[in-house]
Design a protein around this ligand. Sequence first.
Ligand SMILES: C[S@@+](CC[C@H](N)C(=O)[O-])C[C@H]1O[C@@H](n2cnc3c(N)ncnc32)[C@H](O)[C@@H]1O
Length: 404
Amino acid sequence: MLTYPLSGSSSELVINILSMVLSQHKPLDRAYSQHFSGLTLPPSEQARVTQVVGDILRKLNLYCYLADIQPEEFERLGSKLLNAWHIFHGLELPNMQYALQVNLEDFETRLAHAKTQAPLWDGCPQWLDELGSEQLGDAWPLERAALSLAPKRFIRVNELKCTKAQLIERLAKEAVEAIEVEGVDSALEVISDSALFRTETFKAGWFEQQDAGSQLVAAALDAKPGMRVVDACAGAGGKTLHIAAQMQGKGRLLAMDVEQWKLDNLKIRARRAGAHNVETRIIASSKTIKRMKLTADRVLLDVPCSGLGVLKRNPDAKWRDTPERLPILMALQKQILQSYSRMVKVDGILVYATCSIMPAENRLQVDAFLAENPQFVLLMDENITVADSGFDGFYLAKMQRVSE
Ligand SMILES: C[S@@+](CC[C@H](N)C(=O)[O-])C[C@H]1O[C@@H](n2cnc3c(N)ncnc32)[C@H](O)[C@@H]1O
């Protein structure tokens, strides 16, 4: 965490970003882009601001409890929470105008109590603690604690442009220190505090920022040059670009989604990455899928999910309407799996993936699908857990179509 306090203006910035997320219910990335654009903040200060915002969101209920405020009061009482945050981390108080002060005696009493309440200490809201206990049983406390930590920074080497060794060397010349990641061939961990997207190495398309756990998903698809591959929930193409590299730019790679703006972003990223065999197609209706019946060697279904495996990186989801959305998401996952699996040809491979660690969105969906679709068999599945891997949490199931 920080070694010296935030400046007064950075503290105000943290409060404004958090207010946008907590009071106006905007996504965190939108709050960042709105507040950072037009600011001439040095990259290191921007990194400090995002570090503090991320930490506060990961443990919002703990810091609110210590500051003796309610999350709903953040817009009005944010300065008190920020002071409590500094005291908690043993830092001097920031120099904010009109800041509300914390009663130190009260803070110490609350701190002693919070240490005895593990879910509160881990910044876990009650609904999530109940869901995690119900879904994961004894494994939940370790996952819960792991989800409260700051995420590491991972990148994926773009093998269409360079090797891992060449990437490490070129990044070092731009003062970015990156090391190999055990168990994930395509990944590097960035251990210096550098602004990655400003590097020439990034502009040349040599890497993408992508969690190491996420890189295991496309690896499981095992796409080969010359194949016909569909990434059916491609979004902005994190995994599409990885698949394109596996295919060495040869064969047909179709990236589909229901949101055109995401596919437009994907096209820009594909151009930078030199991924020339990527085509995009909007899913306008079920006909788009029906027309492709039994045509694909590989289909990836990286379905919309709760995101409960990636709370380190997207901690705002803890304080959103995630529990209300869960049944809707699960119905959509079931429907996508049933309908889009029709694209897989006989002997072809289907990979179902989520960035959730909850069995209800993962193995239970796959079991239900297999029970209704004997034309598919399960080859393997994997829970990439946050506590075991240190990555974000993912699930993947690899299935094969054995008959029409
Ligand atoms: C988990 S995200 C995909 C992330 C992406 N694969 C990546 O690696 O960057 C799920 C995607 O599914 C898309 N989606 C939502 N409903 C869909 C549907 N019915 N059919 C296809 N895609 C859908 C969303 O727009 C979103 O981009």
